[in-house]
Design a protein around this ligand. Structure first.
Ligand code: PLP
Length: 426
């Protein structure tokens, strides 16, 4: 019987069906008992911003100390969400204005966001698309998806498609397979990326069958969203390992959140856990100016301080890039501590992570000339096609001792063709 229960627990569809959407239910399951006044405020908050938590994610909360628990804070409503500052916006990144067609946000020249799901298994309280949470818990219909795929097919500049949402893994395996297959059949789509929080909030969604489907459509990259080291569990490790074993490069996007991970020690522990699980920390986001997030926001200086504590102090590939997503839709802007102290002709003065100051002597004779975009006469190698390795086999042949050939002559060598024709004439 016990084994049976565990099978049910590992069934992702069971978690969706049993997502916790009411305070009463959450109290019964966790044993937390909110004071009546507090419960009333949570209820009011949920009328504007609904709650939904997977039983799995709920189970990670340390109940004794729930008020400072990072999982609790990401999943449970807080009355401060109803405070709306005058500088906050419902769509701070202007995603709706940059949407040429339903389901697509086209902001950057060569890549698009393709929103294939309007829903998530867990509603993050810090969601940047909070305006849409719980709006219509639906999957766009196939004709809407097809129209978006047609848009991508018609726009030859799109070489990178990011499946986003909501959470793309809310869709059935069959639909995911169909979308990936349709995108893969578009010649100019080089890379497909998936942004999903399932490894964090419902790791059982990462099934053998799902991974088998993803693997069919390579190159597929995946970014997930761990915010705190305590979100790493044996189940989430198992999910990440299934994905990594399928050859899917994994990245992580963290949101810098006050009271959750705005601490160099927590952040460093998080990135170390991620790389141990073959996940490359990709971004730390400054919290967006979405409505009702003021209690989550830190000053940018806190983020820079965290970056300062990581750059140089730990493996380069464990350090994510810290970005501010520009309000109004300008895209992500990287922010970092300054490492250039001064600059004179021929000399850059730099400081390292320890505070050591050094001068880098620049070259005396660098000339790049003036680029007039006259590529025909450029001295650089502008042929960017893959190199041909067939010559390598030939070189191996000459090197080998069993061969007596003294030279190798490529096919269609005009000198040899001349010799052949001379032979014919004689
Ligand atoms: C973040 C984002 C992307 C992807 O940006 P990368 O820096 O390439 O990861 C693409 N489109 C939109 C609208 C985005 O917000």
């Amino acid at each position: 019987m016990k084994g049976n229960n565990f099978d049910v627990w590992k069934d992702w569809k069971w978690h969706l069906k049993n997502s916790v959407k009411s305070i009463k239910q959450a109290e019964v399951l966790t044993g937390i008992k909110f004071p009546p006044e507090h419960r009333k405020r949570l209820q009011e908050t949920m009328e504007k911003f609904p709650m939904s938590v997977t039983p799995y994610y709920l189970s990670l909360i340390k109940v004794e100390d729930y008020e400072s628990d990072p999982i609790y804070k990401q999943a449970f409503p807080d009355a401060r969400e109803l405070i709306i500052e005058d500088f906050e916006m419902s769509d701070p990144l202007s995603e709706d204005s940059d949407s040429p067609i339903h389901c697509i946000t086209h902001r950057y020249p060569d890549r698009v966001l393709f929103h294939i799901s309007n829903t998530c298994s867990m509603y993050c309280r810090h969601c940047t698309r909070k305006r849409k949470v719980g709006d219509q818990d639906s999957i766009p219909c196939k004709s809407e998806l097809q129209a978006a795929i047609d848009y991508i097919a018609e726009h030859h500049e799109v070489r990178d498609v990011l499946l986003s949402g909501g959470d793309p893994f809310m869709l059935s395996d069959e639909l995911i397979d169909w979308i990936l297959g349709s995108l893969r059949s578009i010649e100019h789509v080089e890379v497909i990326r998936i942004g999903t929080r399932m490894p964090v909030v419902l790791p059982y969604r990462i099934t053998d069958n799902l991974v088998k489907i993803l693997k069919k459509h390579h190159p597929v990259w995946l970014n997930t969203h761990f915010n705190h080291p305590r979100e790493v569990t044996s189940s989430s490790k198992q999910a990440l390992s299934l994905l990594a074993d399928a050859g899917i490069p994994l990245g992580n996007q963290t949101v810098l959140l006050s009271g959750i991970n705005d601490c160099p020690i927590i952040m460093k522990s998080l990135v170390h856990k991620l790389v141990m699980n073959r996940v490359r920390p990709y971004y730390i986001y400054q919290c967006d100016l979405s409505e009702g997030l003021s209690h989550f926001r830190t000053p940018v200086s806190r983020g820079i301080e965290i970056m300062e504590s990581m750059i140089g102090h730990t493996s380069g590939f464990a350090v994510p890039r810290y970005v501010v997503d520009a309000p109004g839709g300008g895209g992500k802007i990287p922010v970092m501590p300054n490492y250039i102290v001064s600059w004179a002709p021929k000399k850059v003065v730099l400081r390292n992570y320890e505070g050591v100051i050094t001068a880098y002597r620049e070259p005396d004779n660098y000339s790049f000339g003036k680029c007039e975009l006259e590529c025909d006469t450029c001295h650089l190698q502008l042929d960017t096609s893959d190199s041909d390795e067939s010559k390598a086999v030939g070189i191996m042949k000459i090197i080998s001792e069993y061969e007596d050939d003294i030279s190798l002559i490529p096919e269609n060598n005009s000198r040899m063709e001349r010799r052949d024709s001379d032979d014919d004439e004689s």
